[in-house]
Write a protein that binds this ligand. Structure first.
Ligand code: AMP
Ligand code: MG
Length: 413
């Protein structure tokens, strides 16, 4: 690739894809399991396949309120005499003979002798005699036994993050507890002499530490155990002590700040001394300085200090990495292509993750627009955005109306 004034190509940077690959290769899933009640399992990663021990539904039942009949009786217009009622939870115990029917309600057991349900709106009733018109089919409105899940079927696979539907499904199988992977332990801290902790008085030259709050939020949503180690000063010995403390008993360490090549940027050097640096530069914006490595048994992510960069690199690299470590399979993010109604500034040579607002235009079409200023310190852009606009390395400025790739936050955060 040629270098020009509009090009940010840096041969020492990895591409986003290469960085993701390196991270994936540098990880190990934790594997330790625990047994919890299905409510506590919400949002956690299933550690063992779940097989159904019953059929769901366990019996043939009615999908409608109406009348249970024998399909063979339905020749032209017919009249049938009602011999009983099957309620949900209170089946009709008798047998329905030819020329007969039973009143039935949704979810009730299909009585012996019957195989078809006629909706109550489609019959005329006179006392215990009902008249049925033509056009009905044998078997209609009957939910077969095992229609949802069958005995012996694998209904949930290990590695799935359990959703509300999943824990409901486990309940429908009568399963009170499941095995899940234990929570990851993640230690994190901010670095920077300029940082003031929220709650303290801001001194001249200081800014409030916001990264520990965005990190707290993102990590909490992931369901990990958090160890917040506060703010660490830009002193090599402080950074070193914090690293050693963080590595004890934790699965991952996340820091922000101090990963550039400034005089006060000690994170990457410290990691080199105490552990291993796998890479420290990625061809992306925001987030170019990003350090990945290992210290003792903990994986290490040194995020850039700029608040937007820290969030973007977390979502693109750290989150999928932690998900894999937790044992989650199929970590795939939804991405869609939509027209962009704003023009976008972009240099070639790096991948951009610009902040966008995905919305419907007047014709109801899904379109995206820019949140405006894209500086990596502008945290309000992340707050306003509901998606990333992902622009590939080779892409330059984008004219309004062009199609762009968008990653919605819904589901991402
Ligand atoms: P650094 O990566 O340490 O060079 O920091 C880059 C920019 O991000 C600087 O303007 C820092 O002041 C700012 N910054 C670093 N850490 C934080 C933080 N925890 N919260 C808010 N801003 C930060
Ligand atoms: Mg700094």
């Amino acid at each position: 690739m040629k270098n020009s004034c509009c090009d940010d190509y840096d041969p020492s940077s990895l591409s986003v894809e290469q960085a993701l690959e390196r991270i994936e290769q540098g990880l190990q899933a934790i594997g330790a399991k625990e047994q919890v009640t299905i409510r506590s399992a919400l949002g956690r990663i299933l550690a063992e396949d779940v097989l159904s021990k019953i059929n769901v539904p366990p019996y043939e039942n009615s999908a409608m309120d109406g009348y249970a009949v024998r399909g063979a009786d339905l020749e032209g217009k017919v009249q049938l005499s009602m011999v009983g009622t099957s309620f949900a939870g209170q089946p009709y115990m008798g047998t329905v003979e030819a020329g007969q029917c039973a009143r039935i309600f949704t979810g009730a057991v299909i009585p012996n002798g019957t195989d078809t349900v006629i909706m109550q709106e489609h019959v005329e009733r006179d006392g215990d005699v009902i008249s049925i018109g033509t056009g009905h089919k044998t078997g209609q409105n009957v939910r077969p036994l095992g229609e949802d899940m069958r005995i012996g079927e694998t209904v949930l696979k290990a590695g799935k993050r359990l959703s509300p539907a999943d824990i409901g499904l486990l309940a429908s199988l009568g399963i009170p507890e499941v095995k899940i992977f234990r929570r990851l332990r993640v230690a994190f801290f901010s670095t920077g002499d300029e940082l003031c902790a929220v709650g303290e008085v801001l001194q001249p030259g200081q800014i409030f530490d916001s990264n520990r709050y965005t990190l707290y939020g993102m990590l909490t949503r992931l369901g990990v155990e958090l160890i917040d180690m506060g703010v660490v000063h830009d002193k090599p010995e402080d950074v070193e002590n914090a690293f050693l403390l963080a590595a004890k008993g934790n699965d991952a360490i996340i820091t922000s700040g101090g990963v550039s090549v400034g005089d006060a940027d000690y994170v990457t050097d410290t990691l080199r001394r105490l552990g291993e640096v796998n890479f420290w530069k990625v061809a992306m914006k925001p987030g170019k300085p990003l350090t990945f490595g290992k210290i003792q048994d903990a994986v290490f992510f040194g995020l850039p200090g700029n608040p937007v960069s820290a969030m973007v690199t977390f979502y693109q690299f750290v989150q999928p990495a932690l998900q894999r470590m937790m044992g989650q399979k199929h970590v795939v993010q939804t991405r869609v292509t939509v027209p962009c109604v704003s023009s976008l500034k972009k240099r070639t040579g790096r991948m951009d993750f610009q902040r966008g607002i995905l919305e419907r235009d007047e014709q109801g079409r899904l379109v995206v627009r820019s949140t405006g200023q894209q500086g990596s310190g502008i945290l309000s852009s992340m707050s306003q955005a509901n998606c990333f606009i992902i622009l590939p390395v080779e892409c330059g400025n984008v004219a309004a109306g062009s199609e762009v790739l968008v990653e919605p936050f819904e589901g991402l955060i």
